[in-house]
Design a protein around this ligand. Structure first.
Ligand code: FES
Length: 108
């Protein structure tokens, strides 16, 4: 198996309902993870991208968070409906899905 060009990280951290920081798990990260996994398989992207879960990445209120390396692109508020676009445009064509990029202002 060749080394994949992309590594996709999905924060699946789960905090209890009502926790002040919220969590990606609470806002649907597992459904995004499942759709990414199925999409990689269905689109034959095994040799192009590897998928991993992550614990908290920091900007919890912006989740579900998905990061694509080596580009260092942080996607926020990702839903299962966004997954095909990430796989087809970013992984398939190397083009960032600008509408999903987390604003730099979140970092303060
Ligand atoms: S819980 Fe996902 S970024 Fe903190």
């Amino acid at each position: 198996m060749p080394k994949p060009a992309y590594h996709i990280l999905v924060c699946t951290n789960q905090r209890p309902p009502g926790h002040p920081r919220g969590s990606c798990g609470e806002t649907g990260a597992n459904a995004v993870l499942e759709k990414l996994g199925m999409g990689i398989e269905q689109k034959g992207l095994f040799e192009k991208a590897i998928l991993s879960t992550s614990s908290c990445l920091g900007p919890c209120s912006m989740g579900p968070m998905v990061i694509v390396y080596p580009d260092g692109v942080w996607y926020n508020k990702v839903t299962p409906a966004d997954v095909d676009e990430i796989l087809d445009q970013h992984i398939g064509q190397g083009k960032t899905v600008e509408r999903l990029v987390m604003p730099d202002a979140v970092w303060g």
